[in-house]
Design a protein around this ligand. Structure first.
Ligand code: SF4
Length: 174
């Protein structure tokens, strides 16, 4: 898998100070995509073991709340195997840090049988921002998302309660 960029210290891609990995490649082709060059799976550079160790070093900082996976599309079928391995390693090494993940799929689509491994990734994360970017619903006043159809989902509660439970901005989970 290729990635485009790593933000060492972002406050705009999830709550708190976060490391952001921008994965390369997306097949969803949303009209008005905020980052069309990120749709190319060959953009950027390969995610190597050295990159993973660099991510670990950033996540090891006390001030870092966790990792955000964005793109591109981290849950595109072509990226899922590598993202699965990465998230698993991060959860094992940093169990107290949160993981936010962005996807063009809806929560409901992720429950479909052909997206089982993608949903296994989701289950290891804390917050999911779901849904395609819809240009007609674009709203620059929204925190952490581009269009109003997209939801910020509390993953553990949604799994436990078997329904979509939105993440509550005023009750942060660090
Ligand atoms: S899911 Fe994201 S990266 Fe993919 S086309 Fe839509 S806005 Fe662009």
């Amino acid at each position: 898998m290729n990635y485009l960029h790593i933000d060492k210290c972002s406050i705009s891609n999830g709550q708190g100070i976060r490391v952001v990995l921008w994965t390369a490649g997306c097949t969803l082709e949303c009209k008005g995509c905020h980052n069309p060059q990120a749709q190319d799976f060959n953009a950027g550079v390969p995610l190597t073991e050295e990159t993973v160790q660099y991510l670990f070093s950033l996540l090891d900082k006390d001030y870092t709340w966790g990792l955000t996976l964005s793109g591109g599309h981290p849950l595109d079928p072509l990226n899922v195997p590598d993202v699965y391995d990465l998230v698993k390693r991060i959860k094992e090494k940093f169990p107290d840090k949160t993981i936010w993940i962005y996807t063009g799929y809806t929560w409901e689509e992720l429950l479909e049988p052909d997206k089982q491994q993608a949903f296994e990734i989701v289950k290891m994360c804390d917050v999911l921002v779901d849904g395609r970017f819809i240009l007609d619903q674009r709203d620059i006043t929204l925190a952490f998302r581009g269009s109003s159809n997209q939801r910020i989902i509390n993953i553990p509660r949604s799994i436990t309660e078997n329904k979509v439970v939105l993440w509550e901005v005023n009750k942060p989970k660090k």
